[in-house]
Design a protein around this ligand. Structure first.
Ligand code: SAM
Length: 330
């Protein structure tokens, strides 16, 4: 219980059965299709172990995005809060809600915030964060939502002017079509007075980008391979995690980093829950994540196409990362 007596709530919109079905669908589409390259969406990284590994990644010397975004938030959160004047802060893919505290503090200082709604697929991480925040922010209603930001935007509680924050460069994990659809859906749900705060990683020198996704200590490699551990546990599969190499590659044409797992030798893995098996040829790759990098102009034009007008953009000289505040032009 928080000191004010306002107990954080957790609404679960992803039951174990729904999660299982979604995983089965993604595996059938991405691993078992007769043609096309093998791929899985990055959402499957984030079981409890994956969420902890992601937290470890954010502290790696090579992984600049978290530090860069935190600096921007620290410098500009009061300006953002003053413009957004939000009574409700919704955060998509909130994870541990660590950086969110900078925004929460600024919105509290602005005297307008009543409710914080963090949404994430990772239930344990979210529940722990909600419990901690309940203690740290007396008087703030914390209403956590376990859900998928592709499917559950319509379940999010709102009330008064709402600021939707999508931080961490997570928007870059969506394929361009998915990104268009997602931003459009978000725009359709916003009303006059609402706003969106988007954190995007910026295009930069390829060697820095690749190093951020292929650190010297192998934490990112463990995060990448964790998806195979998830398949082993959830599908009764028998992937040999050491049989796959971690690959991080910059695609200059698409302007995104790809994370892949490359089979070291030909392999077969049994997927008991689906009563089938999957074969990899030696060197064959599984695409596990893209992380698109942006320019300011691209962010502004993609937001415009989705129904948003940009009200403010913040980056720093050298331009590692960008925060953009936008509102619907309805
Ligand atoms: C790159 S991490 C960013 C975490 C945090 N926002 C930050 O800035 O450090 C992506 C977060 O989004 C969550 N996530 C990934 N796919 C999701 C989905 N489809 N629906 C909801 N949450 C998702 C993950 O569990 C993880 O917490």
């Amino acid at each position: 219980m928080s000191p004010s007596g306002v107990e954080p709530t957790v609404e679960v919109h992803l039951t174990p059965a729904e999660l299982r079905q979604a995983l089965h669908d993604d595996v059938r589409r991405g691993l078992l299709a007769p043609t096309g390259e093998k791929r899985l969406p990055p959402v499957w990284f984030y079981d409890d172990v994956g969420s902890e590994l992601f937290e470890a990644i954010t502290e790696l010397p090579e992984y600049y995005p978290t530090r860069a975004e935190r600096l921007l938030l620290t410098s500009h959160a009061d300006d953002i809060a003053g413009r957004a004047k939000a009574a409700t802060l919704v955060e998509l893919g909130a994870g541990t809600c660590d950086k969110s505290r900078i925004l929460l503090d600024a919105l509290c200082r602005a005297g307008c915030l009543e409710t914080y709604v963090p949404l994430d697929v990772s239930q344990a991480t979210l529940c722990q964060a909600a419990a901690e925040l309940g203690g740290e922010y007396p008087g703030l209603a914390v209403r956590a939502v376990v859900g998928d930001f592709h499917r559950h935007l319509d379940r999010l509680p709102t009330g008064g002017p709402t600021l939707v924050a999508f931080l961490g460069g997570t928007i870059g994990n969506l394929l361009p079509d998915q990104r268009r659809r997602f931003l459009f859906d978000l725009g359709c749900r916003q009303e006059a007075g609402d706003s969106l705060l988007l954190g995007t990683d910026l295009v930069k020198d390829a060697s820095r980008l690749v190093a951020a996704y292929d650190d010297a200590t192998g934490v990112t490699a463990a995060f990448n391979r964790n998806v195979l551990a998830v398949l082993n546990r959830e599908l009764g599969a028998d992937f040999d995690l050491d049989g796959f190499a971690h690959v991080a590659r910059w695609d200059a044409e698409q302007r995104w980093i790809e994370m892949r797992l490359r089979a070291l030798g030909s392999q077969r893995a049994c997927l008991s829950a689906l009563d089938t098996e999957v074969a990899f040829e030696d060197g064959e790759e599984l695409l596990t994540e893209i992380s698109a990098k942006f320019t300011r102009e691209q962010v502004e034009s993609e937001l415009w196409e989705a129904g948003f007008v940009v009200g403010g953009m913040w980056d720093r000289p050298g331009g590692d990362f960008l925060l953009t505040l936008a509102s619907p032009y309805c």
